[in-house]
Ligand binder design. Structure first.
Ligand code: SF4
Length: 345
């Protein structure tokens, strides 16, 4: 089978690289050499792979397209958060947030351009889904980042629903966490989901990464009003799956809860959260709603955040308030790429 000009070397695992070597008549040990160049040295240009025979380098160069490209724009917040915009194929953009915090430096990566989950409080949801990213496009956000070598943690919390693009997200995670890949511990990686029930077990079985679930409201009807995914895959079903997994060793599950004034911040919500999460060893992260242009929702007062946190903690659920970062550069997911799209249209 001949390769197409759009096929990339970057994003292939060693099994696929071995198949590729067989197909092109390269020795099988070249697969290991290729993986080392791609994922240890972050070099995808065959011309620079000096331990391959010159003729093989030329053939690889002729057959594979480059996948890695620097971000096209950066916006920096007063608090040091940097929001990068990456171009993807088809003329779409995704954003990636670099969040330094003392010794830690977290990168928030996107898994799709746009998103079809339609959460009403989210700018990305308003774009709809443009396309799912390939594994190489997901990895490019890490590899082509100017601060790549300072990163300590990765979160899949940017644009898109990772479990609406499970194949490519699992492929990227395999490359990030394998010895032959980036060699990261899975405990440095968190995947966030709105709760795609049919794919959840697949992620939990295939990886050891941490999980974050976007909860935002424990009541079915109220959650469905802001997160259409609830109508198809209720949060109660997500909780039932999570009860089957062990979150006491190494792996953590947390629930993200964007507090919106008057909408999900009452004692009634506290009680229902405790009932819903009963039996799951977890943590709740409270996030202050970032008001986005045209949104009907409001940010709660800092005292309301503290009251809600204390009420949950008093009932035995470890709850933290996540510091808002990058508010001045519209760091809520989807905003930067939305404005880029608006400029183009
Ligand atoms: Fe998609 Fe996440 Fe936005 Fe919901 S919050 S629309 S899942 S990107």
């Amino acid at each position: 089978m001949e390769t197409t000009p759009h096929e990339t070397l970057y994003g292939k695992n060693p099994t696929e690289l071995t198949v590729l070597c067989d197909r092109m008549g390269l020795p099988r040990f070249a697969a290991r050499q290729l993986a080392r160049w791609l994922y240890k040295r972050h070099t995808e240009d065959p011309a620079r792979m000096t331990d391959l025979a010159a003729a093989n380098r030329e053939r690889l160069s002729a057959q594979f397209a480059p996948a890695l490209a620097a971000p096209v724009r950066v916006t920096e917040s007063a608090d040091g958060t940097r929001k990068y915009l990456y171009a993807t194929s088809g003329g779409h953009f995704v954003e990636t947030a670099y969040i330094p915090d003392g010794e830690r430096a977290t990168l928030c990566v996107s898994s799709q351009a746009g998103c079809r989950m339609g959460c009403t409080f989210c700018a990305t949801g308003r774009q709809g889904l443009q396309r799912s990213l390939t594994a190489a496009e997901i990895l490019n956000q890490i590899v082509s980042l100017p601060e790549r070598d300072r990163l300590t943690n990765l979160v899949f919390m940017g644009m898109g629903e990772p479990l609406d693009n499970t194949d490519n997200v699992l492929r990227a995670l395999e490359i990030i966490t394998s010895e032959w890949g980036f060699g990261w511990s899975p405990t440095r990686v968190t995947v966030s989901t709105a709760g795609v029930v049919p794919e959840l077990g697949r992620l939990l079985d295939a990886t050891r990464v941490h999980l974050a679930v976007s909860l935002h409201n424990p009541f079915h009807d109220e959650r469905a009003a802001i997160m259409p995914v609830e109508r198809v895959w209720p949060i109660s079903e997500v909780a039932a799956i999570l009860r089957q997994y062990d979150f006491t060793h190494q792996r953590r599950v947390s629930f993200e809860y964007i507090l919106m004034e008057g909408l999900n911040d009452t004692p009634r919500h506290v009680r229902e959260l405790c009932r819903l999460l009963n039996g799951i060893r977890c943590r709740i992260n409270l996030i202050r709603f970032h008001r986005i242009p045209g949104s009907p929702y409001y940010s709660p007062a800092p005292e309301a955040m503290i009251r809600f946190r204390d009420a949950l903690t008093a009932r035995g659920i470890q709850t933290t308030i996540r510091a808002s970062r990058g508010e001045d550069i519209q760091a809520a997911c989807g905003l930067l790429s939305t404005s880029e799209l608006n400029m183009k249209n």
